[in-house]
Write a protein that binds this ligand. Structure first.
Ligand SMILES: [Zn+2]
Length: 294
């Protein structure tokens, strides 16, 4: 099952429902960052949550989630676009804790802290920023809490990652079911109890369900699918952006790096890509960059 996300309406359009299968992109994130199982679960849940939330915002914005806590993982930073690109990293990729209640202990790894949600206009402009305390550090409940606090909407958010015994990601996915204005109390209560009694998202993915079937399992019949599309791990870094970042260091700093190492090495923290700019390339940048700060 390739990674996909589905967007739907249920109950005459009064409830929004999204589901995603993210196994491949979470495995790619694990592989890029060499995360231990608990860190893998935290990163995968956050990436999946970001993709689900990003699919509910305007096409010209990007969504960023920053979980910071006092636990051993310290933090998770992810972002996603409405088009289905996601990237992210954790601050301590080697974090692994004993499982709690048969599940990877993401809440224990994050500890107490805050979730910062940002919506960044892609073409520039004012960004939206909201900070809420972490509910449990388990990611899904934190996102539901954020939606209640910031948008005053009731939502159920489930995100899950199943890590196989060899450390690889065997299944990952999630759902977001959100009451819109006009949803009746009975509808919301009935959906909540149905979702509560359903299998976890990673189990639904392990059972071979795609996002649309996940939605039918979670919310029942009457699902109007608006869209189903691919999602992927994709970073925005490039050699050109790295060059811009190096130039921003200033002429003196660049000359010092050249004198010491004869090259500059930059690793993108979001995807782990490594860029090496050799002496001649750096020299050309300095000669071309009239605007380079001294
Ligand atoms: Zn990158």
């Amino acid at each position: 099952m390739a990674d996909r996300l589905a967007r739907a309406l249920v109950h005459d359009g009064t409830v929004r429902a999204l589901a995603a299968v993210t196994t491949d992109l979470v495995e790619e994130a694990r592989d890029r960052h060499a995360t231990a199982p608990t860190a893998t679960a935290a990163l995968g849940r956050a990436l999946t949550g970001a993709l689900l939330l990003a699919a509910t915002i305007k096409r010209d914005e990007r969504l960023s989630l920053e979980f910071s806590g006092d636990g051993p993982l310290r933090g998770v930073l992810v972002d996603a676009t409405p088009d289905g690109d996601a990237r992210g990293f954790v601050l301590r990729p080697a974090t692994h804790l004993p499982p709690r209640g048969g599940k990877l202990d993401v809440g224990g790894a994050l500890g107490r802290g805050v979730l910062c949600v940002m919506r960044v206009p892609i073409a520039g402009g004012a960004l939206y920023r909201s900070v809420v305390p972490l509910a449990s550090g388990e990611i899904g409940a934190d996102l539901a809490d954020y939606l209640l606090a910031s948008e005053q909407t009731h939502a159920a958010v489930g995100v899950g990652v199943f890590v196989a015994s060899d450390g690889r990601v065997a299944a990952a996915g999630g759902y977001l079911v959100q009451a819109l204005p006009g949803a009746s109390r009975e509808t919301v209560d009935a959906l909540a109890s149905r979702i509560e009694s359903s299998a976890t998202p990673s189990q639904l993915v392990r059972d071979g369900l795609g996002p649309v079937d996940m939605l039918r399992t979670l919310v029942g019949d009457g699902v109007t699918v608006l869209e189903e599309r691919a999602v992927r791990f994709r970073c925005r870094c490039s050699r050109e952006r790295v060059a811009v970042a190096i130039l921003a260091m200033g002429r003196k700093e660049i000359e010092a790096v050249l004198a010491d190492d004869r090259r500059a090495e930059v690793t993108c923290e979001f995807c782990g890509a490594r860029y090496v700019l050799e002496e001649d390339e750096l020299g050309a940048l300095l000669r071309a960059g009239d605007g380079v700060p001294s």
